[in-house]
Design a binder for this molecule. Sequence first.
Ligand code: SF4
Ligand code: SF4
Length: 211
Amino acid sequence: MKPRRPAPATPPCQTGPGPRIVPPVKPAEDLCRACGMCCDGTLFDLVRLEPGDDARRLARLGLPLAAARGRQAARFPQPCAALCADGSCRVYADRPGQCRAFECRLLQEAKAGRVSFPAAARRVTAAKRRANQVRRLLRALGDHDEQRALGERFHRTSERLEAGTADPAASAIYADLSLAMHRLKLEAHAHFHTPPAATPESRVAGKLRRG
Ligand code: SF4
Ligand code: SF4
């Protein structure tokens, strides 16, 4: 009988640079490490695997993969289980094709010199502040599910509040939440999502975002 190879242990953090950057270039690495929004559930709900991704290995490395079903590719949710607190990717060497390919618009512009890295860092800080405001308002409305993507949490909270009779205080918080979410989407659309024309190979197609 063929001896079984031991399963790889879940790697510790600090095995790779910031989430998306290829190749690691210091200012870009710093920007991505400070950001992480394409991995932490702010910009995307999930990542789809592509042909060539090693689903078994990724599962053994600790990614909670949902198996392919029918025409749906295998996928894993965001916030990503491989995202470390310091912004690095725990499975950097093995990360899926979508993760290798994706560079947000802001990173592309900074690497091309059209935006300075300090200005890009300020943009990231502003977007993260907005995302944290959304998280605070969701918690105020009873959603503490930090393991789910922001879009999904907003959608669920909206359904819950719109189905019932919210008291005036909750209605006021929900109004603030809706506005904060709208502004976050505008920010994401303007500076982080890549335009379809720039992605003929559909870099973004494998990552689903809500709304
Ligand atoms: S959203 Fe952009 S800047 Fe932020 S981690 Fe992803 S690629 Fe880097
Ligand atoms: S595997 Fe997870 S942490 Fe690593 S780049 Fe992909 S989404 Fe980000």
